[in-house]
Ligand binder design. Structure first.
Ligand code: ACM
Length: 762
């Protein structure tokens, strides 16, 4: 069969629905007609002696067999007589396409999938799978042409098995899900304070001791400690690891194993206390967070780590070995004669340079064995190892700095792609570590920083979603946190920038969810839209508009009045006008799918308000910008800043972190006036990491206080035109830092607070 024959769409088959492919292919052109399954004779390969090609053909034939309701055979192309209808798989190393790209042509006469590499064929097969009807037997593939290739070559998902571990069967399911969405790297976080999860033959105590903790804290570290009283543990044997590596390789997924150092190593120290700077004994951690006991930079530690890495390199064939490097407090090193002796001997300035020296030494070892080191962005501190790749998690700043130094970078900012963060209101979600990364935010993530030159941008290899599992103990919960956010990320890293469009993604999502249902994936059903924030009105009533991303879903809602009337559950069938006099109305709503599966609830209050009167301030007495006070020291609430003495004061043009903002503790207090340009309702969104607090006209508009990672919080106030007292408080407790205040009127898009709205008394 020739391509020319394929392209001539003679027979008109039944018209299958428009393809809902995620991630969106780079190019897709629909043709008239369809390829009916009943007609397909075989999947062909040019040469059945090519084992990898034959395996790919078998994979495709198996996918077709269910909807075709018979076993579709794999045949050598020249073994079939003319006139047969086949799906032809071909490798063409001369094809001018990205190595992971493919070209797929489907017509009534047959289909052809060609790629420059087996990986490209694999991705083409994933696309064909998504053209097949999900679950139920169907009739046909739509006629079309697709030429497709990835935007980024590193497309990752991470899974922390240190805090909780998951069965081998689930790891495989996770890999299957990644592969279906054309992700190609699985970052397997294997060692933690709370458990060492990989068998190392030379150090059996890592798994007899280090893999087991006495119990696990209930709830959060910041609460008084209450353990659950249940021993927890387990690990993966080397045989299981090999099985998973082989399984991943067959799906064109490389595994990047992470062996954490020098921090997050308490489980290893529990097993081998001689690797610490203090005598111990240590226990495998039962609380989360950052622990001060880390590996001592001793000869014994390096001998141990090199032995461990030798076994790890033997298990994992990929080029990258992840060595962690994050969150390693230097308290023990500062008081350790061993660590101090290394600092003196090596002429290092401080403990940060000692960490850098530690990582460089490990890099030399990995490089000598033909591997490359990758680490979290803390490995920038004290100087990067010569060939290190940086995984930027505390925002994009570390990634940008590394790319500018000519180092490769993977973007995995906690602000957008930490899939352990909340995806709805904490009141209605399972307990999570914090943050807020709803589906839309993940979809809006742009891994390529605009400020990089083309030369620097080449170092941004891609992005990754991280699933840390402090509060995620079961496979179902991992699926709930990772899906559908992983689908949004898959499109971010695969599809061309200009093909990425939220409404298109939303239109393709329902078919994907049906596909995931058929695979028994317990994803989170996206919740109701329209209740993201409380709303105020100057009128007596307000219109509530609710929406679901899923067209076949129903929305049910309840209205609870301030008058104490019992809430009634109703089915939403269009905008609802509700009276907000005499009291506010609270709306709670859920999406209900056929079969009665429901989304988490969402809730917002709708209330009447009156304009807050402006202050009688003389415009001549005002100057542009806000007063800002800087505070130093450890703090846990922004609200407390008003009781402290600032270290210095200045005038700032607006609300932002100072250019020299640090990872360590500090606080900021902005004061002055907000100059409302006209009477009306002003909405605000405050993004911060850690806590923040916005007060306008003496009223707390947004209380976003306390320890947390990057998250947005909305607030709203009605202001008369003119000057209103403005105060914004912020504190940074460690780790990532972020502060942004945005505003909007009347459903417009959010924008940064205009500088001309801010002033202070001269
Ligand atoms: C990290 O989230 N500590 C890399």
């Amino acid at each position: 069969m020739t391509l020319a024959v394929l392209l001539v769409a003679l027979a008109q088959g039944p018209a299958p629905p428009a393809p809902s492919i995620v991630p969106a292919p780079a190019t897709l052109t629909r043709r008239a007609g369809a390829l009916t399954f009943a007609a397909i004779t075989a999947v062909t390969v040019p040469d059945t002696g090519h084992a990898e090609l034959r395996a790919l053909a078998r994979m495709l034939a198996d996918e077709l067999s269910a909807p075709a309701a018979r076993t579709v055979p794999v045949r050598a192309a020249d073994a079939l007589a003319g006139g047969t209808v086949t799906i032809a798989l071909m490798l063409d190393t001369a094809l001018a396409l990205d190595p992971e790209g493919y070209r797929l042509t489907v017509g009534p006469e047959g289909a052809r999938l060609v790629a420059p590499s087996p990986a490209g064929l694999f991705y083409g097969i994933q696309t064909v799978r998504q053209l097949l009807p999900p679950g139920e037997p169907g009739a046909a593939l739509p006629a079309l042409e697709i030429e497709d290739w990835p935007r980024f070559r590193y497309r990752g998902m991470h899974l922390d098995v240190g805090r909780h571990l998951f069965p081998v069967a689930f790891i495989k399911k996770y890999i299957d899900l990644m592969a279906m969405y054309k992700m190609n790297t699985f970052h397997w976080h294997l060692t933690e304070d709370q458990g060492w999860r990989i068998e190392i033959r030379k150090y059996p105590r890592l798994t007899t001791v280090g893999a087991w903790r006495q119990e696990t804290i209930r709830e959060k570290n910041f609460s008084p400690y209450v353990g659950d009283g249940t021993p927890y543990g387990g690990f993966y044997t080397q045989a299981q690891v090999r099985e998973i590596v082989t399984y991943a390789r067959a799906r064109y997924i490389t595994i990047v194993p992470e062996i954490e150092m020098p921090g997050h190593s308490k489980a290893a120290l529990a097993a081998y206390p001689e690797l610490a700077c203090t005598p111990g004994p240590f226990r495998v951690a039962t609380v989360w967070g950052v622990h001060e006991d880390i590996y001592c930079p001793s000869d014994a530690t390096f001998a141990f780590l090199e032995d461990v890495l030798t076994e790890v390199m033997d298990l994992f064939p990929g080029q990258y070995i992840h060595i962690g490097g994050d969150e390693a407090p230097k308290t023990r090193w500062e008081r350790s004669p061993v660590a101090q002796a290394v600092i003196r001997r090596e002429g290092l300035a401080n403990a940060h340079e000692l960490q850098s020296w530690f990582i460089r030494r490990i890099e030399r070892f990995l490089t000598a064995h033909g591997r490359r080191l990758i680490g979290w962005d803390e490995i920038l501190e004290g100087g990067l190892a010569p060939d290190a790749t940086v995984m930027s998690w505390r925002g994009m700043v570390g990634g940008i700095a590394a790319a500018r130094q000519g180092h490769d970078v993977i973007m995995t900012p906690s602000s957008h792609v930490y899939f352990d963060h909340y995806q709805g209101s904490p009141a209605f979600e399972p307990l999570a570590i914090g943050g807020y990364a709803p589906l839309e935010k993940v979809y809006a993530f742009e891994p390529m920083p605009a400020e990089l030159t083309p030369e620097e941008a080449r170092h941004v290899l891609g992005a990754q979603g991280n699933v840390w599992t402090e509060y995620i103990a079961t496979p179902e919960h991992v699926e709930y946190m990772a899906v559908p956010r992983m689908l949004a990320l898959a499109e971010v890293v695969w599809s061309p920038r200009e093909r990425r469009e939220w409404s298109g993604f939303v239109a393709r999502l329902p078919a994907q969810l049906r596909r995931l249902d058929a695979l028994d994936v317990r994803y989170r059903i996206p919740g109701v839209r329209g209740l993201e924030a409380d709303r105020l009105t100057l009128a007596d009533s307000i219109t509530i508009r609710l929406e679901s991303l899923l067209p076949e879903a129903q929305i049910v809602y309840t209205l609870a009045g301030a008058d104490g009337s019992p809430a009634r559950t109703q089915i939403y069938d269009g905008p609802v006008r509700v009276s907000v006099r005499p009291g506010p109305v609270r709306v709670t709503a859920r999406v209900v799918l056929p079969g009665d599966r429901t989304s988490p609830a969402r809730s917002a209050t709708f209330a009447h308000t009156t304009l807050r009167r402006a202050e009688p301030v003389d415009a001549d007495a005002l100057a542009p910008g806000l007063r800002v006070a800087y505070y130093e020291g450890r703090m846990s609430r922004a609200a407390r800043l008003v009781t402290l003495r600032p270290a210095r004061r200045a005038i700032a043009p607006g609300v932002a972190l100072p250019g020299d903002a640090r990872q360590e503790q500090f606080g900021l207090r902005f004061t002055g006036y907000l100059l409302a340009p006209e009477d009306g309702i002003y909405e605000f969104a405050l993004t911060s990491d850690d806590g923040s607090l916005l007060r306008i006209a003496g009223h707390t508009v947004i209380d976003h206080d306390g320890f947390h990672s990057s998250a947005d919080k909305p607030g709203v106030i009605a202001l008369a035109a003119g000057a209103h007292g403005f105060e914004l408080l912020y504190f940074q407790a460690g780790g990532d830092r972020e502060l942004r205040l945005q505003t909007r009127r009347d459903g417009e898009p959010l924008r940064d607070l205009p500088a001309e709205w801010l002033a202070h008394a001269r």
